[in-house]
Design a protein around this ligand. Sequence first.
Ligand code: ZN
Ligand code: MN
Length: 258
Amino acid sequence: MTVYMEEMDSFSFAEAIAGGAPVLIPAGSIEQHGRHMPLQVDTLLSRTIAGETAARVGGIVSAPIVYGYKSQQRSGGGNHLPGTTSLDGDVLTAIAKTLVLEFARHGTHQVAFVNGHFENSQFLYEGADLALRELSRGGQADLRIMLLSYWDFVDDATIAELYPEGFTGWDLEHGGVLETSLMLHLFPDQVDMTKVDDAPPAVLPNYDVLPVRPELTPASGCLSSGRNASAEKGRILLDRASAGMADAILTEFGRTRH
Ligand code: ZN
Ligand code: MN
């Protein structure tokens, strides 16, 4: 049976919720990822990694939040780049809050946001908090929410294994080895390795500036190079991240492993 709710019929969905399935909500973005990958990388990866994780914990994956919060130069190249199309913070907060309230209305007691876009985090958190406040005012205090960004579940040993030339940090991984490897493993038709930009990691100031100075972002739009990416690295990353997220969800929500 599928874990993706939009592929389920209403009765199967109701049965899964009644059986205590946690609901995983993928949160992505429509954001440039260089010449070698499409705009939907963050949305595709968050949805697929949520799917792998849900299968391990007996969960359901909701339809994804397709757009994300504004791309920033120090983590996503910037919101000024062509095709990068983003939500204002209050809009993303409202979407996150609304989805929590909707799944609470459907009867779930466990919701986990699976984030695939660095800039989303605080707005998902805010939406979750506002939803909980509203529910508790209405006398409903039995909902638990988690927020997980999948790269946080790639451990140091895996980093050492996959980045023998050194690791520059998750913020500079935009369009780099992590995302390119996962895409090569999961959606190889959507990656063109002949177009990977072979440049050193971006050097950015340790502050933000508005309006953006476009010249701070590398011409490729990527903050590090995906040249050392491979489908095999993607397979390892998917496995470690989904296993780590499943462990965290089982710890917090206390479900038996599937
Ligand atoms: Zn990305
Ligand atoms: Mn992103």
